[in-house]
Design a protein around this ligand. Structure first.
Ligand code: NAD
Length: 370
């Protein structure tokens, strides 16, 4: 049996604990199959941690995160904590985790599962079979670059400015993540910038090109301007395998790509850091959606984004591709059987709540593993 996998689970607020409960059932199912044993710790984060401990994330939770092989995060926040000061926001928990784990590459898959092909706003023919991954640099670029500010000019008018800045090392480390992912997928990376009008974009292109020639010549590399990429994502999204891009372009393009798939309740994500001496990257996995206070406590949230985040964790942190595929297939089959949570309802399907959906996924796992 493989060695225990150290996993920190942070359900958070709102629907976080509701959808995480369904992941725990999948984990229990995997434990029973005895292919793997998880050394699992669960802790408070976000508003729940503020209520219990007066801080969005306790130092001991941070220590547990640093000692874990992977962190599975739910979602944090809600109206209840909105009146607290800026330094007591539940969202500070995720910011601190990203900073202290040094997570610089945000991975957002955009996958269209066959049964949900009509949930996209694009034509089924354009998105059927879509499976692309956007790798967004998430700790550098214009959102953090200096100088930044608003200054008063000699004529009394004002000027606001931010700085897009990337070092060789920053570009190389996020590109490595993209190239390595491509090796596990279809072997194609498209690097996206504005090399036509930005010095930093031209530099980005040069660094990616040099790294590719030096270390990743087996992967196919193309380049695209960010505005064209936005158009191509809508025109023909299936042309892409892995897209790697800067913080600001990734912010826009990953939201665009997410919506090709139609539903927030279906979308997982991962954020990766640097590899340790054994080659294992620090990583945090979470659904794209937030704590959905409007439906929290009603038992109707879609647990699939959280469960699919766990599948990503198995694939990318634990190298358990077969198990990840099994979970993904179980989700697809349940949707194909016509069971749906309210957010992905379609004519002719049956509406179920969070725990019935969880049970259906477990039943499907039993079937697939039999
Ligand atoms: P949200 O993603 O929580 O919800 C947007 C809409 O999508 C809501 O109508 C919600 O009911 C629906 N929805 C979301 N997830 C769903 C699911 N799994 N199943 C069914 N429907 C689902 O975004 P919001 O309403 O803008 O934010 C709510 C709170 O979440 C805020 O406090 C915000 O700060 C926080 N938030 C946290 C994170 C995070 O923890 N990483 C991310 C985004 C927002």
């Amino acid at each position: 049996m493989p060695a225990n996998k150290k996993l920190l689970v942070l359900p958070g607020d709102g629907i976080g604990p509701e959808v995480m409960r369904e992941v725990r059932r999948v984990i229990d199912w995997m434990d029973r199959r005895r292919t793997v044993t998880f050394d699992l710790t669960e802790d408070l984060v976000g508003g729940a941690a503020i209520d219990a401990r007066g801080t969005p994330i306790a130092d001991k939770t941070m220590e547990a995160a640093l000692a874990s092989d992977a962190v599975l995060f739910g979602s944090v926040g809600g109206p209840r904590w909105e009146k607290l000061g800026f330094d007591m926001r539940p969202e500070l928990a995720i910011l601190r985790l990203r900073k202290e784990l040094d997570l610089f590459a945000n991975l957002r898959p955009a996958i269209v599962l066959d049964p949900l092909v009509d949930a996209s706003t694009l034509k089924a023919d354009v998105v059927r079979g879509l499976d692309l991954m956007i790798v967004r640099e998430s700790t550098g670029g214009i959102y953090f670059g200096e100088p930044r500010g608003v200054e008063t000019l000699a004529d009394g008018s004002k000027r606001g400015y931010d700085t897009e800045t990337y070092t060789t090392a920053e570009i190389e480390r996020v590109s490595r993540v993209a190239f390595e992912l491509a090796r596990q997928r279809q072997g194609r990376v498209c690097s996206v910038e504005k090399a036509n009008v930005m010095q930093s974009g031209l530099f980005w292109r040069e660094v990616v090109t040099a790294l590719h020639a030096r270390e990743y010549a087996d992967v196919s590399l193309s380049h695209m301007y960010a505005d064209n990429c936005a158009m191509q994502l809508v025109r023909n999204p299936r042309q892409f395998d892995v897209i790697v891009t800067s913080n600001i372009f990734g912010d826009l393009l990953s939201d665009l790509a997410s919506m090709l798939t139609g539903s927030l309740g279906m979308l997982p994500s991962a954020t990766m850091g640097a590899p340790d001496s054994a080659g294992r990257r620090r990583a945090l996995y979470e659904p794209i959606h937030g704590s959905a206070p409007d439906i929290a406590g009603k038992g109707i949230a879609n647990p699939m984004a959280q469960i699919l985040s766990f599948a990503m964790l198995l694939r990318y942190s634990f190298g358990m591709d077969e198990d990840a595929k099994l979970i993904e297939r179980a989700c697809t089959n349940v949707l194909a059987s016509g069971l749906r949570t309210a957010d992905v309802m379609a004519p002719g399907t049956a509406k179920v709540g969070t725990s019935v959906m969880g049970e259906a996924i477990l039943r499907e796992l039993d079937k697939l593993a039999a």
